[in-house]
Design a protein around this ligand. Structure first.
Ligand code: HEM
Ligand SMILES: *[C@@H]1O[C@H](CO)[C@@H](O)[C@H](O)[C@H]1NC(C)=O
Ligand SMILES: *[C@@H]1O[C@H](CO)[C@@H](O)[C@H](O)[C@H]1NC(C)=O
Ligand SMILES: *[C@@H]1O[C@H](CO)[C@@H](O)[C@H](O)[C@H]1NC(C)=O
Length: 509
C-alpha cells in the first residue's frame, strides 16, 4: 500500500524537484555571470588610460605568466610600457601592474587593504591573521604583536640563530666529504624552520620532529599550490575550486599544517598552565606565543581559538619560507661574485678577531655584508609581487588615475630592475647601498619588505637572522656556482628555484 503510494508520487515530485533545481542553478549561474561581466566592464574602464600587452579574450595574460610566474616576460613588458600596464588573470580579474617608485608611493604609502581576489585564497590555510586582516582588527593585532619583535627580544635570539646554523653547517661538513656540490635550499628550509620554532614558538627540544618535517613539506606544497591557483583563473571561484583534485589536495595539505600548529599551541598552553603571565614577564621577555595566550580585551575575554590559530599559522608560514629564500639567493649571489664574497668574509673575520660566536653588538658592524644582502634582495626579491584593492581613488604623478575598487599589483621584481632608478640593473653592485649612493634615491625604489603602514612587521627579526646565518656560512665555507645546475627562477608566493640551488662548497675550518 505504502509502496504503491510512493511509486505514484515519487517520479512526478522528483521530476519537479529536478526542474526547479536546474532552474535555480541556471538562475544563480546567470546572476553570477552578469555580476562578473559588470565587474569586467568596470575594471576595463578603470584601466583604459594604461596601454599594455595584448589581452587574450579568454586567458587574459594567464598563458604568458604560466611559466614560473612570467618574471622575464614582466621585465620585457615593464621596459615597453613605462610605469604600469594592465595585467589580466583570465577574463574577470584585471590588475594595474605597477613597477615605478612614484606609482608605488601613491598606493603603498596609504595602507589600502589587501586585494581580496587573491588573499582570500589564503583563508583555509592561514586564516585571518595579520597578513590577511584589514581594518581595526588588523590594527589591534599589529599593535599587540609589535613588542614580540622588540630589540631586547631579538638580542636573545642571536645565539639561537647561531645554534640552528651550526647544526646545518655540520650537515654540510658531512655532505662535502662525499660530493662538494650541495643543494642548499632544503637544508636552509629546515634550519629556518628550526630557528623560527625556537625563537617565535619557544621550542626547547633539539632536532627535527616528524611533525616539523611534515609541516615543512606541506607548507612548501601549499605555497606552490597557492601560486598555481592565483595564475589559473578557473581555480579562482571557491565553489569550482573545491571540486577539483587541486582544491582537495590543498585542503589535505592545510590539515597537515594545522595539525602541527595545533600541537604547538597545545604544548605551550600545557606548559603555561597555572603560571601567571606577570610572573613570566619578570623572568624573561614575553615571546610571541606568551603575548597571544595572555591578551585580554577590555571585557577580559581572551583571543578566540580561531584568531590564535590564524596568527600562529601566519607567522609559521611567513617566518620560515621567506628567510629560507632570502638566505639561499644571497649565498647564490656570493657564489657568483667571489670578490664580494671575499670582502664579506674579511669583514666578518675582522669583527670576530678569532672569537667563534657573535654578540648582538657585532651585527651593527657588518656594513659590507649588509650592502650585499640588500643587493641580493634587489635582484632576487623574496616576495616578488603583492596585491592591493584601492579603498579610495588614486591619482598618479603623471596625471593618470584609478577609481576606488581597482586592483593593483606591485611588481617588486620589476621595480628593482627599473632602469630609470637603477643603472645597469642586472649588475650585482653592493656599492649602490652606501649612504652616499642611496641618499638621492627614491624611497620607494627598493621595497623588499613592502612599505608604508602595511609593511612587514618583523624586518629587524629577518635582518638579524640573515646576518647571523650568512656570516657563519661565509666563515665556515667558500661557495662557488654549479655550472651544470643553474637555478631556474620560479614564483611560489616567494621567489624559489624550480631545481633548488646547487653550489660547490669548500670547507674553510
Ligand atoms: C627576509 C625575510 C622576509 C621578507 C623579505 C619578508 C617580506 C614581507 C613582505 C613583502 C610583506 C608584505 C606582504 C604583503 O603586502 O602582502 C610581509 C608581511 C609580513 N611578514 Fe614578512 N618577510 C620576511 C620574513 C618574515 C618573518 C621571519 C616573519 C615572522 C616571524 C614575517 C612575518 C610577516 C607578517 C606577519 C606579515 C604581515 C604584516 C602585516 O600585514 O601587518 N616575515 N613580509
Ligand atoms: C565588550 O563588551 C561590550 C558590551 O557588552 C561590547 O559592546 C563590546 O563590543 C565588547 N568589546 C569587545 C572588544 O568585544
Ligand atoms: C579562551 O577561554 C576559553 C574559555 O575560558 C578557552 O576554552 C579557550 O581555550 C581560551 N583560548 C585561548 C586562546 O586561550
Ligand atoms: C657609489 O657607487 C659606485 C659604483 O656603483 C662606486 O664606485 C662608488 O665608490 C660609490 N660611492 C660611494 C661614496 O660609496
Amino acid at each position: 500500500m505504502v509502496f504503491s503510494w510512493l511509486s505514484s508520487w515519487l517520479p512526478v515530485s522528483l521530476h519537479r524537484l529536478w526542474l526547479w533545481s536546474t532552474a535555480l542553478v541556471l538562475a544563480l549561474g546567470l546572476l553570477q555571470l552578469t555580476r562578473l561581466l559588470a565587474r569586467r566592464q568596470k575594471l576595463l574602464r578603470a584601466l583604459d588610460s594604461f596601454p599594455g600587452p595584448p589581452i587574450h579574450w579568454f586567458f587574459g595574460h594567464a598563458k604568458e605568466i604560466e611559466e614560473g610566474g612570467g618574471l622575464d616576460k614582466m621585465i620585457s613588458w615593464a621596459n615597453t610600457y613605462p610605469s604600469a600596464h594592465p595585467l589580466w588573470f583570465g577574463r574577470f580579474v584585471g590588475f594595474l601592474n605597477i613597477y615605478d617608485p612614484d606609482y608605488a608611493k601613491a598606493v603603498y604609502s596609504r595602507g589600502d587593504p589587501k586585494a581580496w581576489d587573491i588573499y582570500s585564497f589564503f583563508l583555509p590555510w592561514i586564516g585571518k591573521g595579520l597578513l590577511v586582516l584589514d581594518g581595526p582588527k588588523w590594527f589591534q593585532h599589529r599593535k599587540l604583536l609589535t613588542p614580540a619583535f622588540h630589540n631586547e627580544v631579538l638580542k636573545s635570539y642571536v645565539s639561537l640563530f647561531a645554534e640552528s646554523t651550526h647544526a646545518m653547517l655540520e650537515k654540510w661538513k658531512e655532505k662535502v666529504c662525499v660530493n662538494t656540490c650541495v643543494e642548499i635550499f632544503n637544508d636552509m628550509g629546515f634550519m629556518a624552520l628550526d630557528s623560527l620554532m625556537k625563537c617565535i614558538f619557544g621550542k626547547t627540544h633539539k632536532g627535527q620532529t616528524q611533525s616539523g618535517t611534515d609541516y615543512y613539506l606541506a607548507s612548501t606544497n601549499l605555497a606552490l599550490m597557492m601560486q598555481e591557483r592565483i595564475q589559473t583563473f578557473y581555480y579562482h571561484n571557491d565553489f569550482l575550486y573545491w571540486l577539483t583534485p587541486h582544491g582537495r589536495n590543498f585542503l589535505r595539505a592545510c590539515k597537515i599544517a594545522h595539525d602541527h600548529t595545533d600541537k604547538v599551541i597545545r604544548e605551550r598552553k600545557a606548559a603555561l598552565k597555572g603560571e601567571e603571565l606577570e610572573k613570566i614577564q619578570k623572568k624573561r621577555h614575553l615571546d610571541f606565543l606568551d603575548i597571544l595566550l595572555g591578551v585580554k580585551d577590555e571585557n577580559k575575554t581572551n583571543l578566540s581559538d580561531m584568531d590564535l590559530r590564524a596568527e600562529v599559522d601566519t607567522f609559521m608560514f611567513e617566518g620560515h619560507d621567506t628567510t629560507t629564500t632570502s638566505i639561499s639567493w644571497f649565498l647564490y649571489c656570493m657564489a657568483l661574485y667571489p670578490e664580494h664574497q671575499r670582502l664579506c668574509r674579511k669583514e666578518i673575520q675582522e669583527i670576530l678577531q678569532g672569537r667563534d660566536t657573535f654578540q648582538w653588538e657585532d651585527l651593527a658592524k657588518m656594513t659590507y655584508l649588509t650592502y650585499c644582502i640588500k643587493e641580493s634582495f634587489r635582484l632576487y626579491p623574496t616576495v616578488p609581487q603583492v596585491y592591493r584593492q584601492l579603498s579610495k581613488p588614486v591619482t598618479f604623478t603623471d596625471g593618470r588615475s584609478l577609481p576606488e575598487g581597482s586592483l593593483v599589483s606591485l611588481h617588486i621584481y620589476a621595480l628593482h630592475r627599473n632602469p630609470t632608478v637603477w643603472t645597469d640593473p642586472e649588475v650585482f653592485d653592493p656599492q649602490r647601498f652606501t649612504p652616499e649612493n642611496s641618499s638621492g634615491r627614491h624611497p620607494f625604489a627598493f621595497m623588499p619588505f613592502s612599505a608604508g603602514p602595511r609593511n612587514f612587521i618583523g624586518q629587524q627579526f629577518a635582518m638579524t637572522e640573515m646576518k647571523v646565518v650568512t656570516a657563519l656560512c661565509l666563515l665556515h665555507f667558500e661557495f662557488s656556482p654549479s655550472p651544470t645546475q643553474p637555478p631556474i627562477k620560479q614564483l611560489q608566493l616567494v621567489l624559489r628555484s624550480k631545481n633548488g640551488i646547487h653550489l660547490h662548497l669548500k670547507r674553510l675550518t
